[in-house]
Design a protein around this ligand. Sequence first.
Ligand code: GDP
Length: 211
Amino acid sequence: MTTDSDSISISYNSARFAQSASKLSNCPPDDGYEIAFAGRSNSGKSSAINTITNNKKLARTSKTPGRTQLINFFSLSTPKARLVDLPGYGYAKVSLDLKAEWGRHLDDYLQNRESLSALVLIMDIRKPLTDFDNMMLNWSDESSLPTVILLTKSDKMKFGPAKQVYFKTREALEGHSSLVDIILFSSLKKSGVEESRATLTDIFNHAMPKE
Ligand code: GDP
């Protein structure tokens, strides 16, 4: 993706916790632009949000007891632009049903939230493309929702094998119309951060109306 000279720049460092919601009716007014982060528990989702926003404490908010099942909204200094931390999905192999796995309210958010502009799917580079990840990608295709994959914890592999996972994942996902980008990411080494920010900024720019 390329960035136009007249594009809006987004300051990810400006991200602030705005509110949590347990259901669609508790969410901020549905008139903005949201990029939602989804991923299996322990995939590195909170760390990725913290790294992208350069704020070590930001997504920890969502880990305080009682908040893990909530949808957490972070505002940005760009009006109406938000990042959203979705509850991590579990290890359950049993169900490939959004409602069963994540609960009715999250399903409601994904299906009905007008502001939802893109999805960032977090995958541990050592365990990419779980059944649930694949289901989310199929759902993104059906919903025409731009989707970015972050292959997190890439520091856990040497560069060669990490690149191999990257190419294999790209090959496996050929034909997914919603897939915008796959990014090798490490919160530990802070790699893939600028690329992630640039991709999210492109998405915001495409979603927001031009003056
Ligand atoms: P979440 O449950 O998906 O939000 O995952 P967390 O962000 O809490 O991370 C889960 C575990 O993986 C924690 O122990 C993190 O310190 C670790 N982790 C997250 N990102 C990275 C990374 O880029 N590299 C390494 N080596 N560990 C990471």
